[in-house]
Ligand binder design. Structure first.
Ligand code: SAH
Length: 352
């Protein structure tokens, strides 16, 4: 038997082609099917009641309808932030976060189960990469959350577990589907993709004709310090990363975000603030300071409030736009990937 195809990852054009060549149905069925998959966010082919029974049977025979299983949700009593733990069909688990802002609801999605980038302060990478997520599995994080909260999602940040540039084709497919006018029609401008700095990926993204926001995880203003925190810095030196970011701005006109997680005694003194100012002075973007969220497996310590503010003040005084990230869901905290990790440990599913 040939493997069933993942129907929720098909674009509308691909679906039209399937309808024509594989299913022998009338062309208008493609739009109906797409609507069930991406607007009504169906969990089951049998929900698709305006499609004939025989058509639904054909669909079941040939395709899988990827859905995520809600395993857990933690809701913050401070600001309503929700952390979801979802199960994939093969037993892997991923996490996603829903945040409520004045301007709308934002979902932070994972792009991979685990991660192989090895950033020292990050929980997502401790057990390595399990696998890439399908476009449908990225979509489903948003669909399940929108159905669970009953509120429209307007913003997406690809800042959960995983490195989006390490799952590039599925990322682009996901973006085309989530922004399609026949689907949830989320604006490209309301989507942020965060990368640890994979230069070929940044350059490729610059040429997709998409108006996304790119966030670069910088975390240090020089290669030597950066290498201590992020192994990827051994592959792509900062000069190349910053050039690629510049190219991204020139091709897309989109200003960038430079993420900088402050780790006590590692990257948080004023010499580093000065070097950072020099590094990005001519770049088009702002700095987002994140006091590092300590994970129990490492002994990194969060910079004190005073150090964070002094760092911010230095940048501001020298003409760099800077914000300190508001900590959402403080009471249900746990850094990126920690919820998944603690779940896997309690289930005894950690793979070596
Ligand atoms: N792989 C992508 C996106 C995932 S991580 C990237 O590297 O950008 C999203 C952001 O959270 C990155 O800036 C990452 O470095 C940061 N991050 C991960 N764990 C963290 C922690 N424990 N404390 C502070 N920031 C963290």
């Amino acid at each position: 038997m040939t493997e069933k195809k993942d129907i929720r990852s098909f674009t509308i054009d691909e679906l039209k082609e399937e309808i024509k060549t594989e299913l022998g149905e009338k062309p208008f069925r493609a739009a109906q099917l797409y609507q069930w998959l991406h607007e009504k966010m169906a969990d089951d082919f049998d929900e698709m009641t305006n499609l004939s029974l025989s058509f639904r049977e054909k669909l079941k025979e040939r395709y899988v309808l990827t859905t995520l299983k809600k395993l857990d949700v933690k809701i913050s009593s401070i600001d309503g932030t929700r952390k979801y733990l979802f199960g994939l069909s093969d037993g892997n688990v991923i996490e996603s976060v829903w945040m409520k802002y004045k301007y709308g609801n934002s979902v932070c999605i994972s792009s991979q189960a685990g991660c192989r980038m090895g950033c020292r302060f990050c929980a997502s990478t401790l057990d390595g990469l399990a696998r890439n997520l399908l476009a449908s599995e990225m979509l489903e994080q948003i669909y399940q959350i929108q159905k669970d909260t009953g509120e429209r999602v307007s913003n997406i940040v690809v800042m959960g577990s995983g490195e989006p540039m390490d799952n590039y084709d599925n990322l682009i497919r996901f973006i085309r589907l989530i922004t399609s006018k026949e689907g949830l029609n989320i604006s490209q401008r309301n989507i942020t993709v965060s990368t640890c700095g994979i230069v070929p990926g940044i350059k490729k993204l610059a040429n997709e004709g998409l108006a996304l926001t790119l966030a670069l995880s910088l975390h240090a203003p020089d290669d030597e310090t950066r290498k201590k925190l992020m192994p990827i810095a051994n592959v792509y030196p900062l000069s190349q990363v910053i050039d690629a970011c510049h190219e991204y701005f020139q091709k897309t006109g989109r200003r960038l975000t430079f993420e900088y997680s402050l780790v006590k005694g590692v990257n948080d003194n004023l010499n580093e603030a000065k070097a950072l100012t020099e590094l990005i002075r001519d770049q088009h973007g702002h700095v987002n300071l994140i006091p590092v969220n300590p994970i129990k497996e490492r002994d990194y310590v969060q910079s004190g409030k005073k150090a964070v503010e002094a760092f911010r003040d230095y940048l501001e005084k020298h003409g760099i736009q800077v914000t300190i990230r508001r900590e959402m869901g403080r009471d249900i905290n746990g850094a990126c990937g920690q919820l998944r990790k603690s779940y896997m440990e309690s289930e005894g599913e950690v793979k070596a």
